[in-house]
Every structure is written in C-alpha cells, then in structure tokens.
Write a protein that binds this ligand. Structure first.
Ligand SMILES: *Cc1c(COP(=O)(O)O)cnc(C)c1O
Ligand SMILES: [Zn+2]
Length: 416
C-alpha cells in the first residue's frame, strides 16, 4: 500500500519522502507531516473507534505510523473535566479542563509526542534516541525508551527542577546536564543529531514528534460529543502544541467527523519567558527572542521553533495571547487545586491564570464553550509552591492532644 503521509515544507510547500529530517533543503523552513486526505477518508472512519480503547492510538489512521505498527504503551486518553466551581467564580458557563496532568505514563502531554516520535525512530532504524528537554520530554523519552528497548540519552539545562531529573533518572536514561538555558541545549542537540546520527525526538524526528500532539485535540472534540469548542487556551513553549490542536480540529472537520466551526486559539505564557504572547500583544510581524527567567521551566523557551506559526494561528483565528507573573502562577496553581481538585504543574498555573485574565478582558465570553489545556502534573514542580505550605505542628497520639489543638484553633477563630 502506498503511504498516506509524507513531509512537506511549511513555507515553500516542497514535498519530501519520509525521513529523519526537520528542515527544508530549499528554504530552511520547518517540515511537517502532511497527508493524502482523499485516500485517508477511505480508510479512517469514526465508527471504527467504538471498539477501541480510549487512548491516543484509537486515532492511529490520522497519525504518521509505520505499516503494521502495534502500540505497546497506552498513552493519553485523559479526562475532560467540566468545571464545577472555577467557571462559576469567573462568571462563565462552559469551561472544561483537558487534564493531561494524568497522562500515561509520565504525567504530561509529552507522552503523546514521544509515542509518535519513537514509532518513527523504530521505522528509521535508530537504536540510540534522545531529546533536548525542559523536563517533561526527558521524562517521557526515558520511560517509553526503557519500555521499547531503546537506549535514551537526554540533554537538559543544568538548573532543571530536581523532580524532573529524578523522574528521568529512575528509568535508567543517561542524563547530560548542560550549563546553559534550553536554547543552548537545543542548539547543541542539532549538532549531535548530525554528527552521531542519533534519533533526537524533537530535533531530527520533530515532524513525527509534533503529530502526537494532535491526539490532545482529537480527544477534546470526541469528549465534547464530536463538537468543537469556541475557545481553546493552550500553554506555549516551542509553540507546537497549539498549532497541532488546530490541525487536529481541521482534520476532523475535513473528514466530516465534526461540523466545521471557527475556533479561537488563545496562547498562554509566563511573563518571564513570553516571546510569543509579547509578539501578539505588540502586533509584531515576528517574535523577539527572550532570555527565560521564570518558575515555569517547562515553558521556558526563548526562541520558540514554531513561534511564527503560533503567532499567525492566534491572529488568524481571532484569538489572543497573554502572560502572567511567577506569583500569579503560584496563586493559579492553588486556585485550580482548591476549586477543581486538579494539581497542575507551573505550566497549568500559567494556563489557568491566563484564562482568568482573558475572561476579565472580555476576550472569552460567558456563553461560549472554552477548553483550558492542563499539560503537566504538580508533583513535578513542588519546589515552586513548597514554601507556601510549611509543615503544621505535630501532636501526641492522644485525644486530649487533639482536643487541645481544636480548642486552640477554636480560641483563635473566636479571637479573630
Ligand atoms: C512542552 C510543554 C508545553 C508546550 O509545548 P510546545 O508544543 O513546545 O509549545 C506545555 N506544557 C508542558 C507541561 C510542557 O511540558
Ligand atoms: Zn521550503
């Protein structure tokens, strides 16, 4: 059977055969996976999904997988939670949280991109794989790499959160810490992929990696009963996820799986690393690179590879982008936990806080359906909020001790 997908340059449109390559040889713009949608319409049927497990592989026909591919790791299939309290507090009716804080197997949406990237790595014959990472990607590469029998080596900024290092090391992956920020790490990885011919998932395998993000979007549409929302609020690092959710929605409409509908795309960043939201707010033709300085490490990319496309998408969809400060990120993590029972990492604080801001600005309206993308788990960034929750006093295991404690707090409540 002829393959239904190939690589295509996002700027000049030149087509390339499938290969571990991420840049166009003609114009040096990024390549992406493109599909023969006419042929796809004959093999991909929504009805076939009824008998498949709820994880990202249920959309296999819409992903760039090698022929005969059989998934081993059940990735994705995360809850879409309708807001019970936070939406009401914000004065809007239909807010949903797409909760990839509980994505399998490593508790961030990066599990999805590694799923498709490693399928490509196997197809191209790589045994040595790796990535440049702000943390979550390293976790996902290490876990799936171990299970699939690859030999992972990940490259991270030296000052990454200890939990994200540990969550990588435990799978036996080799970790190379680099004195520098993500942009330095990524530049080095481009050279390493060239020199050593390793399969680096977000470098030379990037077109295949990025397609995995589409499943976050497919799931949203399916969980809304095969309908598209009015608004999506998406955290942005390299600016890839936001574009792939848009691509997913377009594909579903094109295949007739959902009614076509204009969806507004809203981007969320931390003020300490906000090249894309800055570009949107100042209406710049292209973003200006920044030097990251924020607790939202997973979003700390000062030169986002897909920034130009994210800018374009946000503008053309009629959406907007915003950013919030580190203290606001912490407040938003707590707010989401207290109201919805979801413990998100710093990136989730960013999305939640930015959503509040967009509602206050009137850019997201009360009667619209809005999906807020929570992309990572709070247990990975506990150091960001630990200082706010000092240990309480310990008491003796006796009833009187508890009564005394209660009395104390009753007294102080009366006194207050
Ligand atoms: C990587 C990451 C993002 C952003 O992804 P891009 O596709 O690079 O924009 C968002 N949230 C979390 C938790 C991430 O790890
Ligand atoms: Zn080109």
């Amino acid at each position: 059977m002829k393959e239904l997908y190939f690589l295509r340059c996002r700027e000049c449109g030149k087509k390339f055969a499938n290969a571990p390559q991420s840049y166009c040889e003609e114009c040096f713009s990024p390549l992406e996976v493109s599909y023969d949608y006419e042929a796809l319409a004959h093999v991909a049927h929504r009805g076939a999904l009824a008998h498949r497990a709820f994880n990202m592989w249920r959309y296999a026909e819409l992903l760039p997988l090698p022929e005969g591919f059989t998934p081993t790791v059940a990735i994705g299939g995360t809850p879409l939670v309708k807001s019970r309290k936070l939406g009401a507090r914000w004065g809007v009716q239909n807010v949903y949280f797409k909760n990839d804080a509980v994505c399998f197997p490593t508790l961030s949406f990066k599990d999805r991109v590694v799923g498709t990237a490693l399928a490509a790595a196997r197809r191209f014959g790589f045994t040595k794989i790796g990535c440049s990472s702000t943390g979550n990607l390293a976790n996902a590469v290490a876990a799936q790499g171990a299970q699939l029998g690859f030999d992972p080596c990940v490259f991270v900024p030296a000052d990454l959160e200890p939990a994200k290092i540990l969550n990588t090391a435990v799978y036996g992956a080799r970790i190379i810490r680099i004195n520098g920020n993500y942009d330095h790490v990524n530049r080095l990885c481009t050279q390493i992929a060239d020199r050593f011919k390793w399969g680096l998932v977000n470098v030379n395998l990037r077109p295949y990696y990025a397609e995995g993000s589409k499943t976050h979007g497919y799931e949203i549409a399916e969980q809304l009963g095969w309908e598209l929302p009015d608004n999506v609020v998406v955290p942005m690092a390299g600016g890839s996820l936001i574009g792939k959710i848009a691509k997913a929605f377009c594909e579903l409409a094109h295949l007739g799986w959902v009614e076509p509908k204009p969806v507004k795309f809203f981007g969320a960043q931390a003020t300490g690393c906000s090249p894309i939201s800055d570009g949107v707010k100042r209406n710049l033709p292209r973003y200006q690179p920044q030097k990251p300085n924020t607790i939202a490490r997973s979003l700390a990319i000062g030169t986002p590879a897909d920034g130009p496309f994210a800018l374009r998408l946000i503008r053309e969809s009629g959406g907007w982008a915003e950013d919030i400060s580190d203290p606001e990120i912490i407040d938003s993590i707590k707010l989401l936990a207290e109201t919805e029972g979801i413990f998100a990492e710093t990136a989730g604080g960013v999305t939640t806080g930015v959503t509040a801001k967009l509602i206050a600005q009137g850019r997201i309206r009360p009667d619209e359906t809005t999906v807020v993308c929570i992309t990572g788990n709070g247990l990975k960034t506990t150091d960001a909020i630990a200082a706010d929750f000092p240990l309480t006093e310990a008491i003796e295991p006796r009833l009187e001790a508890f009564e005394a404690l209660l009395g104390q707090s009753l007294d102080s409540e009366v006194a207050a």
